[in-house]
Write a protein that binds this ligand. Sequence first.
Ligand code: NAP
Length: 108
Amino acid sequence: MSESFAGRKVVIVGGSSGMGLATAQQVLAGGSSAVITGRNPDKLRTAVETLSQHGEAWGIAAELTDRAQVPELRKKLAAEHADASLLVNAAGIFLGQGKLDDRRHRRR
Ligand SMILES: NC(=O)c1ccc[n+]([C@@H]2O[C@H](COP(=O)([O-])OP(=O)(O)OC[C@H]3O[C@@H](n4cnc5c(N)ncnc54)[C@H](OP(=O)(O)O)[C@@H]3O)[C@@H](O)[C@H]2O)c1
């Protein structure tokens, strides 16, 4: 991660697993702090505990398909993490296909 990100706070929506969690790990390794979100509170807590071994990390649970929870998340972010200056959206589900694999393209 570029040094220009050092010391910043990054919000990673969908940061409790997969690409979001990997991004949070990179963020902390680069000297920044991370606020991660996810649906499952236990999973989120475990991710924050793991990340906290490498830097400052916070978690906020929210189900983004529930319209009532979106403004709640926004309020919590504004109240507790108004100093955040970067946003990564990695929340989502992966239907019907395997993980990205560039071997198929290399064979061509
Ligand atoms: N992995 C790949 O190779 C790949 C490639 C291209 C695109 N993508 C896309 O990138 C996104 C993330 O992929 P991933 O593999 O990192 O997935 P993942 O490991 O399942 O992580 C998804 C993250 O988003 C959260 N999330 C999912 N649905 C949510 C909802 N309704 N409200 C709030 N949080 C929600 C999850 O929290 P909970 O676990 O608590 O639900 C988790 O933190 C997906 O949209 C996927 O289609 C992935």
